[in-house]
Design a protein around this ligand. Structure first.
Ligand code: ZN
Length: 149
């Protein structure tokens, strides 16, 4: 894609600015005063120890607040899909929240269960294990915290 393909009217209307990260060379969009792409190692996450909310949330509370926020704005909450991706023959585990909609919904064969929708999808990402506890954005959680409520 060329640079002009990214310059859509919505981004211009909302005053997004497209910049090139001086550390890694990746292009990114910003509404603020971001100098880097915001990904590690270019920038460490600064919310750790400095949460963006005054209230402290447990994982389950944050998930519920997130889903409720979206529901109030017209999104239909749908149940999570299994971590073992039995509906796919190309992967063993659900590694991202898009996986439940691949391949049929994404390819247009099936309609999504709702649109817009909200899902809190537990994922297993073995390709990121070496980053857990090192990058500030890769974490683990307890089994009891990921069960559906
Ligand atoms: Zn970068």
């Amino acid at each position: 894609m060329s640079d002009k393909d990214y310059r859509v009217s919505l981004f211009k209307e909302k005053a997004f600015d497209r910049r090139k990260c001086p550390k890694c060379g990746t292009w990114f969009w910003t509404l603020g005063d971001h100098r880097t792409c915001g990904e590690t190692p270019c920038q460490e996450y600064d919310f750790i120890g400095h949460p963006p909310t005054a209230k402290r949330f447990k994982l389950r509370e944050m998930r519920e607040a997130f889903l409720t926020f979206l529901e109030k704005r017209g999104h239909k909450r749908i149940p999570r899909y299994p971590i073992v991706a039995r509906w796919r023959d190309d992967v063993f585990f659900t590694q991202a929240s898009i996986y439940p909609f691949q391949p049929w919904v994404v390819s247009g064969v099936e309609k999504p269960p709702a649109n817009p929708l909200a899902i809190s999808q537990p994922c297993v990402r073995f390709n990121d294990i070496h980053n857990v506890g090192r990058t500030g954005q890769h974490f683990t959680t307890l089994r009891r915290e990921v069960t559906n409520s």
